[in-house]
Design a protein around this ligand. Structure first.
Ligand SMILES: [Zn+2]
Ligand SMILES: [Zn+2]
Length: 344
């Protein structure tokens, strides 16, 4: 079978490799169909995965946003899984033993491993994976089914923020994660303001039901968002950019007693005036990946919003073109929303 293997920083090659054996007890053999690539893939590919996230360990088959078809089931798989089904893959593997696992936060497990980052992922023609990781998904297009993973991050973010019906929430960044947060927060009944540099992205946010504002610098958007939300400022703000300026804007605009939710990931450092945390008594909430129930909730979000999610898939490539796809995505950030590689 063919696999796209990231051999070392900046180098992905197509190689033949041995097929997995028939699935063992509790395992599922998948034929990966579609893999979305995202910022985490860029970090991994370029060797910049932070040490805290396990570093970039090569060689690796990437692909953590993944949909595929069940080809075979090992013994003891749960009822409801069937050969021929399309499934989305929940990529998290947690140890079950450490402190975060013991308090029900397996998504921040100290030994956590993700399919496609720490374990071989979807950019290969066959993949054997534990049955717990696969969720049947009923959409016709595997590229949309693969969106379940980025949607799951949005479900996690909105849960962390405890977004309430009628609340005003600001989302900084209208990439796929920001758009998905907007979608999930709208479903929860929130009023949403999305802020981004790119008008094209904001047009999609408006179609999802958000109001929008073009980023014109931190001071300007802080002022605008505070007016939009009323004098107290927005009670919930999400950063889906990972940039220092947006993080500073988030802290600046959020209401006292509000929730500032960091979803965008980067190695940047943002300086924050310490007193703004105490004076506002902020809940500053980080978001990693999601738990099992949240992934199931994300699949339901995909079922309800397939047409809108289809609009986020901006470019598709074949498996042969996987090296080109990741280079294209990394070098054209303004043109790309979600790049999907069609594996089969
Ligand atoms: Zn991702
Ligand atoms: Zn653990």
């Amino acid at each position: 079978m063919r696999a796209a293997i990231t051999e070392r920083a900046g180098s992905m090659v197509l190689l033949e490799r041995q097929e997995p054996e028939a699935p063992g007890p509790g395992e599922v053999l998948l034929r990966p169909e579609a893999v979305g690539i995202c910022g985490s893939d860029y970090h991994f590919f370029s060797g910049r995965m932070s040490a805290a996230a396990g570093g970039s360990q090569f060689p690796r088959v990437q692909g953590h946003e993944l949909a595929g078809i069940v080809l075979a089931l090992g013994a003891g798989c749960r009822p409801g899984l069937q050969v021929g089904q399309r499934v989305a893959v929940w990529p998290l593997h947690a140890c079950g033993q450490c402190y975060p696992c013991s308090v029900g936060r397996e998504n921040t497990c100290d030994q956590f491993r993700l399919t496609g980052i720490h374990l071989d992922g979807g950019l290969q023609e066959l993949l054997s994976i534990g049955q717990k990781q696969v969720f049947p998904i009923d959409v016709g297009d595997p590229a949309i089914a693969a969106m379940a993973e980025p949607v799951s991050i949005a479900v996690r973010a909105v849960n962390r923020a405890s977004v309430q019906p009628g609340e005003r929430a600001v989302v900084l960044g209208a990439g796929p994660i920001g758009q998905c947060i907007c979608m999930v927060a709208r479903e929860r009944g929130a009023e949403v303001l999305v802020i981004d540099l790119l008008d094209r992205r904001l047009a999609l946010s408006r179609d999802i039901g958000a109001q929008t504002r073009r980023w014109r610098g931190a001071d300007e958007v802080v002022e605008f968002a505070r007016q939009w939300a009323g004098p107290a400022g927005p009670p919930v703000v999400f950063d889906a950019t990972g940039t220092a300026a947006a993080v500073q804007a988030m802290i600046g605009m959020v209401a006292s007693a509000g929730r500032a939710v960091q979803v965008g990931m980067s190695n940047e450092e943002a300086s924050i005036r310490v007193g703004s945390l105490t004076e506002k008594e902020l809940d500053l909430l980080g978001v990693s990946c999601c738990g099992e129930q949240e992934f199931a909730a994300a699949v339901a979000v995909v079922h309800r919003n397939a047409a809108m999610l289809a609009r986020m898939v901006s470019h598709q490539f074949g498996l042969d073109e996987a090296p080109e796809a990741i280079r294209f995505a990394m070098s054209n950030p303004a043109d790309v929303l979600k790049v999907v590689i069609r594996v089969s």
